[in-house]
Design a protein around this ligand. Sequence first.
Ligand code: HEM
Length: 246
Amino acid sequence: MNPTALDYLLWGALPYVVLAILIGGTLWRYRYDRFGWTTRSSQLYESRILRIASPVFHFGLLVVIIGHVVGLLIPETWTDAVGISDDMYHVTALSLGAVAGVTTLGGIALLIYRRRTNGPVFSATTVNDKVMYLVLVAAILAGLTTTLLSAVAGLTGGHEVDYRETVSPWFRSIFILQPDVTAMTAASGAFKVHVLIGLALFALFPFTRLVHAFSAPVWYLFRPYVVYRSRDDYKPLTRRVPRGWT
Ligand code: HEM
């Protein structure tokens, strides 16, 4: 299929516009809104549902991200070379992807339910948050649709265009500054919709609470614990308390 002018715009130019917004927006936010660089946690308002929903969402998403890194960055020739057959690859990718995708969707559904039904949490939800949730859920649903369509095509012997011959080479080509527009043009409609929603999420990323993802919580493991004291128990300190773990 020959690419049209729209294909060149969507798969040749748009990714670079999104990358510029993502990198430029993140640097700008870090420079000018460091105090706003936060999840804006609502744990103080409600923690019962959050305690379950948040890890379910984040662990599901972690597996989805690992799946994307493997599926998009590792060429088919490499998995062939180490003896992984196409069928073996797809059965593993589809089943793991489906479990991870459904887990992520379940997690975000619980998080949104909590946000909508808990008064103080809902009051702390901005328009920016609502737009972000909408695009995030749309990306997850569209991703799961591609997985479902690929699985149906695999089971019925139909012909769903393999993303490792279309989306993945296009994705890699962006980073060597030679966007393979023809490869992405050949992808199925479901993949195109999913990728466009994914790009929209990346463009929104720097301007939302999602920036907390860039603050890898590595130091969290080594930092001293935070001491909370209730006001009722407040007694002026009579001895010097050392800082940190000791
Ligand atoms: C431009 C960026 C993106 C590309 C090129 C992309 C590509 C893909 C591809 C090729 C699949 C099919 C995997 C399979 O069927 O085995 C997929 C699935 C999926 N994607 Fe994306 N994606 C992108 C961004 C996103 C974003 C931002 C999200 C949201 C968090 C997301 C969530 C999902 C989910 C939940 C699935 C289904 C489960 C899975 O296979 O992991 N994707 N994506």
